[in-house]
Design a binder for this molecule. Structure first.
Ligand SMILES: [Zn+2]
Length: 144
């Protein structure tokens, strides 16, 4: 079962992004976030989040190196959860970057990705799915 990962800070998002790239040392994680942010991140923001991910079964300690340096690795459930988060962010980013989004002509829902394009009477129209396309076509043809 999916347990929600709360991403309320950019640091948490960066941790998720870095973990999604593969197993990593805790200190490398902090170094990388420091490089991205241009300042040392508070460890109080990082280790409780890592503990939370471990408790939820999304992260595990792959190995302990010298001086008890831990290597963290996402579990299969963790990869799924992270992919879900990343796709949410990707959808929002695409939405903002494109500054426009198509709506399904049939049901009106926003089409953030994929969708179904069809040409009706020489006009290109967008639908969320083939099902909506078909029902739109049926009612459209009835009216004529
Ligand atoms: Zn639709």
């Amino acid at each position: 079962m999916y347990k929600e990962i709360e991403i309320k800070s950019i640091t948490k998002l960066q941790i998720i992004l870095l973990l999604s790239l593969g197993p990593t040392h805790g200190y490398k994680l902090i170094k990388e976030i420091e490089r991205i942010q241009g300042r040392k991140p508070s460890q109080a923001h990082i280790y409780p989040f890592i503990e939370d991910l471990i408790n939820k079964g999304y992260l595990r300690i792959k190995e302990r190196g010298s001086r008890n340096q831990k290597v963290y690795e996402l579990t299969e459930e963790g990869k799924e959860a992270v992919n879900l988060i990343l796709s949410r962010f990707r959808n929002i980013l695409e939405y903002v970057l494109n500054n426009k989004v198509n709506s399904c002509i049939n049901c009106g829902c926003k089409i953030y990705e994929g969708g179904y394009r069809a040409e009706i009477n020489g006009k290109e129209m967008f639908f969320c799915c083939e099902h909506c396309y078909n029902s739109f076509r049926v009612s459209h043809l009835k009216e004529r």
